[in-house]
Design a protein around this ligand. Structure first.
Ligand SMILES: NC(=O)c1ccc[n+]([C@@H]2O[C@H](COP(=O)([O-])OP(=O)(O)OC[C@H]3O[C@@H](n4cnc5c(N)ncnc54)[C@H](OP(=O)(O)O)[C@@H]3O)[C@@H](O)[C@H]2O)c1
Length: 279
């Protein structure tokens, strides 16, 4: 039995599909089993990563665990999960971390994930760490303004990065959870090429068949807008990480292909698959 945390989230939900397709028995952890939307055939168990004892029922009979939670609580949540998993006799934990760990250990995003990685490594069971770059699905935050007035407002319009499709992260996680030989390995995961926000908006316009405007925000404007949707420290950390990223975030890594045996999804392919969300 494999326990998927973050099972109602972007990556965990896609991972449930991959594991079910492969016929692997899976259990989903959520704080709210009544509300959780998971595919038929998945056992849903309640538990809170902030409360180590609450994880016991979810970990009964589990051999492998996928670890995800909200960024700023990674140290606490991953520590609770890893200790509870080790006590329950699980053999291996696969963690969704972030490329931010390798980028700038002084950035708060990097520190949150470094705390989570340390907790996993110190738990005394086998581990594998996946370090994705920014998710392609972050572009979904532009959907309301694209639908409303064909406009995207974002900072750093010309800053390139190599974002990764969350479906590729899920496929990579499924390969690690179902395979052997990934103990103590760290896999950076990116898409196949670098794109700037301006490029992404142009590609979305091509997919939708109409031109979209890109309006570049200053960092202060971006902080004000992002703080409406997330804690101000998170918004500020994300912006500082992006501002300082330089070439690092634009580099591509072969992790998706190594783990899944197929080329990573391009942003154009992701946009075509998700076009309806922008219509
Ligand atoms: N977005 C990016 O660009 C990016 C880049 C690199 C790394 N990451 C990493 O990816 C993570 C997010 O992954 P995602 O987008 O797949 O998730 P998501 O869609 O943001 O969903 C968060 C998941 O975490 C679960 N969760 C949160 N707090 C919990 C708690 N106290 N107890 C149990 N479960 C809890 C939620 O489950 P319930 O609500 O059902 O309880 C939900 O399934 C980030 O935190 C970061 O570490 C993201």
């Amino acid at each position: 039995m494999i326990l998927i945390t973050g099972a109602t989230g972007t990556v965990g939900r896609a991972l449930l599909d991959r594991l079910l397709e492969a016929g692997t028995p899976v259990r989903a952890l959520t704080r709210d089993p009544q509300q959780a939307r998971v595919p038929a055939g998945v056992e849903v168990v309640g538990g809170d990563l902030g409360d180590e004892d609450s994880l016991k029922p979810a970990l009964e009979g589990v051999t492998k665990v996928f670890a995800v939670s909200a960024g700023h609580l990674r140290g606490l949540h991953d520590g609770n999960l890893a200790r509870a998993a080790a006590r329950a006799g699980a053999r291996h934990i696969v963690q969704l971390s972030s490329l931010a760990v390798a980028e700038d250990p002084e950035n708060i995003l990097g520190r949150w994930h470094a705390d989570g990685e340390r907790a996993i490594r110190e738990a005394g069971i086998g581990w594998t760490i996946l370090r994705p770059n920014g998710f392609m699905s972050n572009a979904l935050q532009w959907a309301p303004s694209i639908r409303r007035n064909s406009e995207v407002r974002a900072p750093f319009g010309d800053l390139a990065s190599a974002p990764v499709d969350p479906a590729d992260i899920a496929a990579a996680a499924a390969a690690v959870l179902r395979g052997d030989g990934h103990e103590s390995a760290i896999y950076p995961l990116t898409g196949p090429g670098a794109v700037t926000p301006r490029d992404q908006v142009r590609v979305l316009g091509e997919v939708l068949g109409r031109p979209l405007r890109f309006r570049e925000l200053t960092e202060a404007e971006a902080l004000a807008e992002m703080s409406a949707a997330m804690p101000v420290e998170t918004a500020s950390a994300v912006l500082r990480a992006r501002a300082a990223a330089g070439e690092f975030r634009a580099q591509t890594h072969p992790g998706v292909e190594q783990l899944t045996g197929r080329r990573a999804t391009s942003f154009a392919e992701w946009a075509a698959r998700n076009a309806d969300a922008f219509r």
